[in-house]
Write a protein that binds this ligand. Structure first.
Ligand code: C5P
Length: 292
């Protein structure tokens, strides 16, 4: 049985702005995303009995269609108009769940790439993004990853220049935040500030890491309630440890800081390691994982 293994990179939002609520209940976003080396491994092989079985190293993770990796199999064959033969999916999870790091979405995108190879369908990245959007708003970005501006629900993507070489320290507090809840909260919240997305993109074009880090901002931080304040204290600690900038990713609860000095990043990581189960030091990978 052929097996294809794909790397499923975690994503970080360097900036995240919510522009408006849409008629369909989703929100129009403007967000600069990047991928990091840290991620999961996703192995996929085809079955013949129409059943999809998804296993992982996390015993509590659902293996049925609540899991985006399983949804991706269904969406792939439905879009091709072919009978679903079923698939065997093995997830080696490292990316924390409920962290705002697109763990589930990047697993789904990895499944789409693997099925594309296993079936010989030869679909383009654009076609896989179309299927990915049926699975979730972050899946289109995760099909190729890299540096991108995402607009609309997250599916209107424009490639951005590489982020200069740097280290990222990522730390997730023990609690998770429901994405849908935080979006609901932002509807009744008067946003005080918006990120300078244009300035951030200009800093990326100028390869100005300090300028990038200075402009990192996520509007969802403004809508956090008292119980989520730990996120702001982790952010403060990252800055105290020498991060050029630090911000919550997506709808949280993970926070990351960017460092130009790998030694400072390692020192920051060792400050968090004893206290937080989910923390890592990694680097940004600007190369997309799939060609256009
Ligand atoms: O698309 P996905 O299923 O990942 O989205 C999860 C939830 O996040 C949605 O049900 C919606 O409440 C919210 N969301 C949104 N606008 C977006 C993306 C997600 O309101 N652009």
């Amino acid at each position: 049985m052929d097996t294809v293994t794909e790397r499923s990179h975690a994503k970080l939002n360097l900036s995240l702005d919510v522009l408006s609520k849409r008629e369909d209940g989703y929100h129009d976003l403007k967000t600069v995303m990047c991928s990091v080396e840290f991620g999961d491994d996703v192995s996929v092989s085809l079955r013949t009995d129409g059943r999809t079985v998804c296993r992982s190293n996390l015993s509590w993770l659902p293996g049925d269609s609540r899991n985006l990796a399983v949804k991706a199999v269904e969406a792939f064959f439905e879009t091709l108009g072919e009978k679903n033969p079923g698939a065997e999916i093995d997830l080696n999870k490292r990316v924390p769940v409920g962290a705002g790091m697109a763990g589930g979405s990047s697993n789904a995108a990895a499944v789409l790439r693997a099925l594309n190879a296993l079936t010989g369908a030869g679909l383009s990245a654009e076609a896989l993004r179309g299927i990915g959007l049926k699975v979730g708003s972050d899946v289109p970005y995760c099909v190729a990853g890299g540096n991108a501006l995402a607009e609309g629900r997250g599916e209107i993507l424009s490639a951005l220049p590489a982020v200069p070489e740097c280290s990222a320290v990522i730390c997730k507090p023990a609690f998770s935040i429901s994405t849908a809840d935080l979006f609901r909260r932002i509807d009744s919240h008067q946003l005080r500030t918006h990120p300078d997305t244009t300035g951030l993109i200009a800093a990326m074009k100028a390869q100005d890491l300090q300028g990038i880090a200075r402009r990192m901002y996520n509007v969802f931080e403004d809508a956090l309630t008292g119980s989520s304040r730990e996120i702001l204290s982790i952010r403060g600690e990252l800055l105290d440890s020498g991060a050029l900038g630090a911000v919550m990713t997506g709808t949280g609860s993970a926070v990351f800081g960017l460092f130009d000095d790998p030694k400072k990043a390692e020192r920051a990581f060792s400050r968090f390691r004893g206290r937080y189960k989910d923390c890592c030091v990694t680097r940004i990978v600007s190369e997309p994982v799939m060609a256009e």
